[in-house]
Ligand binder design. Structure first.
Ligand code: SIN
Length: 506
């Protein structure tokens, strides 16, 4: 017998910055209450809490939202939605100030202004940071405190979605959740997906391993339209010390002047791009991949640029290196590209509305078109805050309606052994460099897995779209199609377990 709860407000799946921003906005808006389901204790297990970079926003006197938008669109390699980008960059400064007002302790100058750092592909120093590399953890601590203090927000930890509940019309009317091991049918006014990205589908990732495309798969299986799933961002400099997930060496180190060298101590980035260490993230990732493939290894040398300031300025990176037996004040840091962010996701409008009534998506699991084919550094926390709040406001206006759910059957999980095999195969064949032979082999492997497990569906969507996109653009590089074709986004809806990827021009 499944327990049944009727909840007069939105249910939010996921408790990173997007999910908690949605919850706060929903109850500040029209919702009587909001329920957050988190698979892990709050502020753990979400990529937001691990973010080192900070939040990009036009906060400096010589910066403007239009300049920030231009950089975002340039990084997005032809696939950004300009309206979504304008909204993100215009609302950005206020979003940072709002988080500061909630208690996020952004680094400040003597006059109270934000300390702003430069990161790759930004024309201005515009990344607001906390304690050097601690932005994600500090911002999440402030937001979690606000959520805990909000009497109308309920939080259930150790809770994950096993199916989106739909009535006979296809409307999403709630979620089948597993809470402390027991299945619970939760009827709600709306469901907001804020489940994060897909890093855990890959063997080498900087994201929490349990973030593995479940929200994407659940939404696709319910019939929601998915956008641009092939676009996966590889961070160039994960620390290669055999840890899973791999700790990050923030791009800000390169902003401070750290240099990429190979095993011969040769600075190699000039061979690949005139902007060298500050080239676009996909270019740097491919350069490091090429050096490693050629057997030359790749290291980040911050001994001169940061040196003795490491413990104070980059405490998280310093701690990870020391734990791995490397003192980055004196030695080069071995680095490897790792999955860091998913530009694709559940297709959502500017208020987070997905293609199914009653369903919303925000943050990394959504695709509003704001990140294009390649996300600009430090735009992800910003997107989570801005679009999470917008989704919360919009979902708050929904009432309790819709019919009875047509199925209460939990969707299957992928057994761990199969998941670990899949992760290795995804890193090998759907990684920094892709080609038809590898993607086809990978697709055959995925087709042999449980077809309705949400993680399997997420992997299949990424790989099918990567195979279908016969060009190279942003985070998607095809060795067999290195040129860039016309800019066309991918939109796909599963009409059956074997639906093919369809392309549609914007
Ligand atoms: C980093 O600190 O390098 C990551 C920032 C980001 O991915 O936005």
């Amino acid at each position: 017998m499944i327990e049944r709860l009727v909840f007069d407000g939105p249910v939010i799946l996921g408790a990173g910055l997007a999910g908690l921003s949605a919850a706060l906005a929903a109850v500040e808006g029209a919702a009587k209450t909001a329920l957050v389901l988190s698979p892990t204790p709050l502020a753990t297990g979400c990529s937001s809490a691990w973010a080192q970079g900070g939040m990009a926003a036009a906060l400096a006197g010589d910066d403007t939202p239009a300049l920030h938008a231009a950089d975002t669109i340039a990084a997005g390699a032809g696939l950004c939605d300009p309206q979504a980008v304008a909204l993100l960059t215009e609302e950005g400064p206020q979003a940072v100030r709002d988080l500061a007002a909630l208690g996020a302790p952004f680094d400040r100058q003597a006059d109270g202004g934000f300390v702003l750092s430069l990161e790759a592909a930004h024309a201005k120093a515009r990344v607001a940071r906390v304690g050097g590399d601690g932005a994600g953890a500090a911002i999440m601590a402030a937001v979690v405190a606000a959520v805990r203090a909000a009497p109308t927000i309920q939080v259930r930890e150790n809770a994950r979605a096993r199916r989106l509940l739909q009535d006979a019309t296809g409307r999403v009317v709630g979620v089948l959740a597993q809470i402390d091991g027991a299945l619970v049918e939760i009827r709600s006014t709306a469901v907001i997906l804020a489940t994060g990205g897909i890093g855990g589908l890959y063997a080498v990732t900087t994201t929490p391993a349990q973030v593995r495309g479940e929200g994407l798969g659940l939404a696709a299986l319910a019939g929601a339209t998915i956008a641009d799933p092939e676009f996966v961002q590889f961070h160039p400099t994960a620390i290669d010390i055999g840890r899973d997930p791999a700790p990050l060496a923030t791009e800000a180190l390169r902003g401070e002047g750290a240099i990429l060298r190979n095993a011969d101590a040769r600075a190699f980035m000039a061979d690949y791009h005139p902007a060298k260490e500050l080239a676009p993230r996909d270019v740097v990732a491919r350069a490091i991949h090429a050096e490693r493939e050629a057997g030359r290894c790749a290291f980040l040398d911050a001994t001169q640029a940061v040196g003795g300031h490491f413990p104070k300025e980059f405490p998280a990176v310093f701690e990870a290196c020391i734990a791995g037996g490397i003192d980055p004040r004196r030695a080069m840091i071995p680095v490897v590209p790792a999955v860091h962010y998913h530009m694709g996701g559940v297709a959502a409008d500017l208020d987070g509305r997905a293609s199914l009534p009653g369903l919303y998506a925000a943050g990394e699991c959504a695709s509003t078109g704001v990140q294009g084919a390649n996300r600009l550094a430090s735009n992800s926390l910003l997107e989570a805050a801005v679009f999470g709040a917008r989704a919360g406001h919009a979902a708050a206006t929904e009432g309790l309606h819709g019919g009875e759910p047509v199925s209460l059957e939990p969707l299957p999980d992928l057994p761990d052994a199969a998941l670990q095999t899949l992760r290795k195969a995804m890193s090998r064949d759907a990684g920094v460099i892709r080609d038809a032979a590898g993607l086809t082999r990978l697709l055959d492997q995925i087709r042999a897995l449980e077809p309705t497990a949400p993680t399997v569906v997420a992997a299949r969507l990424i790989v099918e779209a990567a195979l279908a996109r016969q060009e190279s653009r942003g985070g998607h590089y095809r060795a067999d199609f290195p040129a860039t074709a016309q800019p066309v986004r991918t939109f796909v809806t599963l009409t059956s377990a074997d639906a093919a990827v369809r392309y549609a021009a914007e």
